[in-house]
Design a protein around this ligand. Structure first.
Ligand code: AMP
Length: 111
């Protein structure tokens, strides 16, 4: 089982900020901004490269949750949503996840 599947299963603790039947959001263990939350589908999808017509409904739902969580966190001045896909992007956990980063002015560089 991958790290985030273990978090979904409750085998590894996390600081949850949102949970429903198909999506979980929890605080990143090494925050890069005052607010740094990861939003994941509970079902294992390895990365953006593995999103298909069959599983994309949960990705749409992930984005609904991102909007809800960002509002609940009070990120009214804006925030960034990032998903690292594969080695060149530095993906370290191979379970699809979207970083929500906010709470400070973020750098403009994309890379
Ligand atoms: P990425 O590098 O895009 O694959 O992002 C993986 C993220 O998972 C990193 O920001 C890590 O800090 C975070 N992370 C790793 N282990 C945990 C954990 N046990 N709980 C919360 N976040 C974690």
């Amino acid at each position: 089982m991958c790290l985030f599947c273990k978090i979904v299963a409750g085998e590894i603790p996390s600081t949850k900020v949102y949970e429903d039947e198909t999506v979980l959001a929890f605080r990143d263990i090494a925050p890069q901004a005052p607010t740094h939350i990861l939003v994941i589908p509970k079902a294992h999808i390895a990365s953006v490269a593995d999103v298909t017509a069959e599983n994309s409904a949960v990705v749409a739902h992930v984005f609904e949750v991102i909007a809800k969580v960002a509002a609940a966190e009070g990120l009214t001045d804006g925030y960034r949503v990032v998903s690292n896909c594969g080695d060149h992007a530095g993906q370290t956990v191979h379970h699809l996840h979207f970083h929500i980063l906010g709470g400070r002015q973020l750098n403009l560089e994309m890379a």
